[in-house]
Design a protein around this ligand. Structure first.
Ligand SMILES: Nc1nc2c(c(=O)[nH]1)N[C@H]1C(S)=C(S)[C@@H](COP(=O)(O)OP(=O)(O)OC[C@H]3O[C@@H](n4cnc5c(N)ncnc54)[C@H](O)[C@@H]3O)O[C@H]1N2
Ligand code: MOO
Length: 396
């Protein structure tokens, strides 16, 4: 029997084998949310561009208040006004966000003053820099604010706007073809006949592709024959950057994805040391990269999360790694698998993991009812209080 490949090695193999994204387009910030930057972004300005007030109050030269506690108001500066230099021994009425006049070095909030006409008495000691937000406090001119490969979040869009950009260069969206296989599969909405089950992996994979930020170019279902699989893969390859398939990758004679690839491309079949999800295919078919996920629904889910998500990201130009694992304690005992790392579907409460009773790779509901994967390395027995890595579903 060939040795099973550790899952992190398989991730590296897949990433290395995939070409880098190259096609880019320029989009306005209005259309940039969720897109992947294809350029590093460097700020050409200081943010804020000039020192401004953090409070509504009075701008002063702090040393003027060493000799007196009362100053007269010589100008009024609202946000958006251009101030004139502060006349010595006076103060300026100033509002939050307004530019600090030359000569002033502190702002006193109005609650700490007594106002009588234009005479302001300062009730507390004032230090230089009090309540002043210096130029470049948020972003210094010349600083890199975002790196190519970043998928733009709402926060990133705000940052881009704060340095005055109206458009950015992004990679064109990745087009993903989705293939499901199997004579036993019926589309939801149709009655089931003997021997049939519903095709859940199709909608599952499409939803995973979309929630990872990519586009589904085409979906096809192939019955269990080399001809049907070949026709579907050809159609998918014609309009996709990459294909994700489900099923047909095991050793049975009804598993035709492998055979089709062997005839029309190059097959790299990996037996990966994970459970669920052992048989994973990485291949090129009709010149298009293909990731063949095992058909058992939990195996499909786990292999999408661990491999396909990162493969799609690489092909889309996105810098992405496995999510950061959290450490959790276990409240149960379980004998470790001899050769495969297990990804148990578990509930986590207050840092303590409890497994779902149903851990079959054919069962999908368990994943919907739990919080994420407990990663149990091969040959590790679980006992109460032992600690393992936990990957929440919502981190994928
Ligand atoms: N003799 C062996 N048999 C199997 C092995 C093995 O090493 N030797 N590996 C097992 C493991 S592990 C897995 S995982 C599966 C992988 O099988 P395939 O990827 O070839 O998938 P299928 O045989 O087509 O289907 C497996 C299972 O999943 C159901 N399925 C498939 N597609 C869908 C779908 N779109 N929606 C819902 N359910 C789907 C299918 O009905 C089967 O029950 O092989 C083991 N066998
Ligand atoms: O490893 Mo398979 O993925 O058990 O179901």
């Amino acid at each position: 029997m060939t040795a099973l490949m550790p899952f992190k090695d398989a991730i590296q193999h897949i990433k290395n084998a995939l070409p880098l994204a190259t096609l880019t387009e320029r989009v306005s910030l209005d259309h940039a949310l969720g897109r992947i930057l294809s350029q590093d972004i460097v700020s050409h300005i200081d943010v804020p561009p000039a020192a401004n007030s953090a409070m509504d109050g009075f701008a002063v030269r702090s040393r003027d208040l060493q000799d007196t506690a009362t100053l007269s108001v010589s100008q009024r500066i609202a946000a958006g006004n251009a101030p004139t230099p502060l006349t010595p021994s006076t103060c300026a009425r100033i509002f939050t966000g307004a530019e600090i006049p030359a000569g002033a070095d502190a702002v006193v909030m109005q609650e700490n003053t007594k106002q009588q006409n234009d005479q302001i008495t300062f009730l507390q000691a004032v230090k230089p820099n009090d309540n002043i937000r210096p130029a470049g406090q948020d972003i210094a001119k010349g600083a890199q604010v975002l790196a190519a490969g970043k998928r733009l979040s709402a926060i990133d869009i705000g940052v881009l706007a704060s340095i005055g950009l109206t458009c950015v260069d992004v990679f064109t969206p990745l087009k993903v073809g989705v293939l499901t296989t199997g004579d036993e599969l019926q589309q939801p909405g149709q009655p089931l006949t003997a021997g049939q089950i519903y095709n859940s992996n199709g909608p599952l994979i499409e939803s995973l592709v979309i929630s990872a930020g990519h586009q589904v170019s085409l979906r096809r279902h192939a019955m269990d024959s080399v001809e049907a699989t070949q026709t579907a893969l050809k159609e998918l390859s014609d309009c996709s950057d990459i294909i994700i398939s489900s099923g047909g990758v095991s050793v049975g004679e009804e598993d035709h994805v492998k055979a089709t690839i062997e005839q029309n491309g190059q097959l790299h079949l990996w037996k990966i040391a994970i459970k669920p999800g052992k048989p994973l295919v990485f291949a090129k078919v009709f010149d298009t990269p293909l990731l063949g996920l095992p058909g058992n629904p939990s195996s499909t889910l786990v292999t999408f999360h661990l491999f396909a998500r990162l493969a799609l990201a690489k092909a889309a130009g996105e810098s992405l790694n496995l999510p950061k694992a959290l450490r959790v304690k276990c409240d149960f005992s379980r004998k470790g698998n001899k050769s495969r790392d297990e990804f148990l579907r578990v509930h986590v409460n207050n840092g303590v993991a409890t497994p779902h009773v149903q851990q079959s790779s054919g069962a999908l509901l368990a994943a919907s009812q739990t919080d994420g994967y407990l990663h149990v390395p091969a040959e590790h027995n679980i006992s109460p209080n032992s600690e393992f890595d936990f990957y929440p579903f919502n981190s994928f």
